[in-house]
Ligand binder design. Structure first.
Ligand code: IVH
Length: 676
């Protein structure tokens, strides 16, 4: 694009408008008009242009939602006025008592009743109509400045929809939360990565807001409801009802289930109705908040040391039901974690029939003293995962049976180990079929062996059809095995096998990460390979020696040495070596990442490299390869007899490289040699 400022500005405006339009369809109406892939392309185009012309980047650009640079810590923000909490009530009678206290002090008031969203309170300050500071509640007096994290919340406006000058500067407060669906998605991902679960959406939202990398926060897809404007009377507002309506008109996400009630009996009726219906909502609600509607009356009522006298929370009872434990079984997760599970006599609880409940781990089970045959109370923890909360010991007959955690994996009979200081018992067998799917996905992931095309659906089939026993068996798959899988033609089977074969040549640190050693992420793998040149050296390294490496602690060192001692590990590593997988550190690590972030498209035949080889080189150097040419392609590499991609690249004015130019770019201009 030419550097004509007007043209650039209008292009940027058009892109922002388009992205905002698609965001609206995606989130508000749940009806996306374009695929996620196309959306990402638009966003990438916007980001690239804004990076190139930073003067034209606006503070309310949708690219802000993707998250800025990581921070080292959060600054402290003083809340003015403090963020108070509310008194809790648990029964209609306590609500009547609250009303009596209000009636003693003032008259002719009404109430506004809102859902009590189960998330965490935050403050958002706006200056010049723009979101300028975001903060957690903290201790109420002071909180953490999480501005960049708050900006990733798609429904919190970056710029308010008003030109009224009185709203140039103001503060709103509200609740950040995760939808039930998003909570499930995050926990599934965590399971795949071998990370501990969040027990409920509230914890997940809290954990997400505290992340130091806004890009990661953005991926969590947090939501927000705004329920309060600080000093509303300054803006000419007289009631909470009016304020919520105004905030909504200014573009704030206001939960629309609020209602004005003339009497406490009306309030109770409204609360009861929501106690019944709350499980149908897409987010967790743990009660109702009752607020005196008129600000003049609120001012008269004032505050106690901790909370306002003009508002109260009515907490719902956690949904509980009584049932019997028919059996206790053990589930083996994808990471090898053994979880005891209570098999229950079916019981209806908060909208669903519950048949199983988690007992978390051995300690938790012992603490609760659950036995097979016990009558128990089950509860929906955080409104989602059923949990056994209490044994009704008085109902025991003496026939109940105690349960012991197995020392053998119920799936593969492998050794179960519970490390000291850990609550979780795990199956250590690298070949355990319960873990195979997770291990394969990890093995083929980007920072590991980067086997393109080996995604979730394929891995699932490979495991279900028992085609392989461990990840080393991937290298024994034949075209006959692969071509028979669902949605696999000969060509895609051939491509997949090529990708698998190419992965043998990945660097040692990729292999070490791919092995799936507990507590060994890609950074630890990198550190290991900076200190040891071959896999054999790592295998033979002593625990004490590894734990001396800066950044690798004794815990990871223990996991590493234990991992390599295991008999099944030895067998799998032997198979990898026989298959020809590289187990040595490559020499030219210093040129790694020279293509960082750049996207390539290849067309036509090259003399020096086959297409998969060229692709692998680009990937190893940190670049990306795409099949089709678009505005976001950085380089189009053209060999002999190129196809239509070449024409399109010319039309779009993209950077076109011939084979020699490509070789020069990757530092290989003097004939072919193995690069990586
Ligand atoms: S009003 C001074 N309204 O519940 C009054 N709070 O203990 C401030 N919450 O800390 C709170 N939904 O995190 C209010 N509609 C709502 C709410 C709500 C959830 C949370 C908030 C607050 C806690 C009260």
């Amino acid at each position: 694009m030419s550097d004509n400022p007007e043209k650039i500005k209008s292009k940027l405006e058009k892109l922002r408008k388009e992205i905002n339009f698609h965001n609206l369809h995606y989130y508000k109406d749940n009806k996306p008009e374009i695929s996620d892939f196309d959306f990402d392309i638009l966003m990438k185009e916007l980001i690239t242009l804004e990076e190139k012309y930073p003067v034209y980047k606006t503070p309310d650009s949708p690219s802000v939602r993707v998250g800025g640079e990581p921070v080292k810590g959060f600054e402290t923000i003083k809340h003015e006025p403090p963020m108070l909490s509310l008194d809790n009530t648990y029964s209609p009678n306590e609500l009547r008592e609250f009303d009596a206290r209000v009636a003693k002090i003032t008259t002719e008031y009404s109430y506004v009743v809102e859902l009590k969203i189960d998330g965490l309170a935050v403050a958002a300050r706006y200056e010049n109509f723009l979101l300028s500071v975001g903060a957690t509640r903290g201790d109420g007096e002071k909180g953490d400045a999480i501005t960049e994290n708050l900006k990733t919340i798609h429904n919190l406006p970056l710029r308010v929809e008003t030109t009224e000058t009185k709203f140039k500067k103001f503060e709103v407060r509200g609740e950040v939360y995760l939808s039930n669906k998003q909570f499930e998605i995050i926990n599934t991902e965590r399971e795949e990565l071998g990370e501990p679960f969040f027990v409920n959406p509230r914890n997940a939202a809290a954990g997400s807001l505290r992340l130091l990398d806004p890009k990661l926060v953005s991926k969590r897809k947090l939501n927000m409801f705004v329920y309060l404007l600080v000093a509303p009377e300054k803006y000419g507002l007289k009631t909470q009802f009016e304020t919520l309506t105004k905030l909504k008109a200014m573009g704030f996400p206001v939960n629309d289930k609020f209602q004005k009630c003339g009497s406490i009996e009306e309030v109770i009726k409204f609360c009861n109705a929501w106690e019944e219906k709350r499980h149908k909502l897409e987010y967790a609600v743990d009660g109702m908040v009752i607020k005196v509607n008129e600000f003049a009356k609120q001012d008269i009522l004032g505050f106690t040391a901790k909370s306002p006298r003009w508002a109260i929370a009515y907490k719902f009872k956690a949904a509980q039901a009584k049932t019997k434990v028919l059996d206790i079984t053990v589930q083996v997760g994808r990471t090898g974690a053994l979880t005891p599970v209570a098999e229950l006599a079916p019981v209806f609880l908060a909208g669903t029939t519950v048949r199983r409940a988690t007992l978390h781990n051995e300690d938790d089970l012992n603490r609760k003293g659950v036995r097979i045959g016990d009558s128990v109370l089950v509860e929906k923890a955080g409104e989602i995962i059923p949990e056994v909360v209490k044994v009704l010991e008085e109902e025991r007959t003496g026939k109940e049976k105690k349960f012991k955690m197995p020392t053998e994996c119920p799936v593969c009979k492998g050794l179960v180990v519970r490390k000291s200081g850990e609550a979780i018992s795990r199956c250590e067998n690298l070949k355990c079929s319960a873990q195979l799917e997770g291990r394969l996905l990890h093995f083929s992931s980007r920072d590991a062996m980067n086997i393109e095309g080996l995604g979730k659906a394929l891995v699932k089939q490979i495991v279900e059809l028992k085609m392989i026993k461990d990840y080393a068996d991937l290298y024994t798959l034949t075209i006959f095995d692969v071509a028979n899988l669902d949605r696999m033609g000969n060509k895609s089977a051939d491509n997949l096998l090529k990708e698998i074969a190419i992965s043998k040549d990945r660097d040692l640190q990729n292999l070490v990460y791919a092995l799936g050693i507990r507590n060994v992420g890609s950074r630890t793998a990198e550190l290991l390979c900076e200190n040891y040149a071959t896999l054999d050296e790592i295998i033979n390294a002593k625990k004490e020696e590894i734990s001396k490496i800066h950044e690798i602690g004794p815990v990871a060192a223990e996991y590493i040495t234990e991992f390599f001692k295991n008999k099944q590990t030895k067998e799998v590593i032997e198979k990898l070596a026989v298959a020809g997988v590289n187990t040595k550190r490559k020499q030219q690590t210093q040129i790694k990442n020279i293509l960082k972030g750049a996207s390539f498209v290849f067309t036509g035949e090259m003399e020096n490299y086959s297409r998969p080889e060229a692709k692998n080189i680009v990937k190893t150097l940190g670049g990306k390869v795409s099949e089709s040419v678009s505005k976001v392609t950085d380089y189009v590499v053209v060999g002999s007899a190129p196809g239509s991609k070449y024409e399109k690249a010319k039309k779009l004015g993209l950077k076109i490289l011939n084979e020699n130019e490509f070789l020069a770019l990757i530092g290989k201009d003097k004939g072919k040699s193995k690069l990586v």
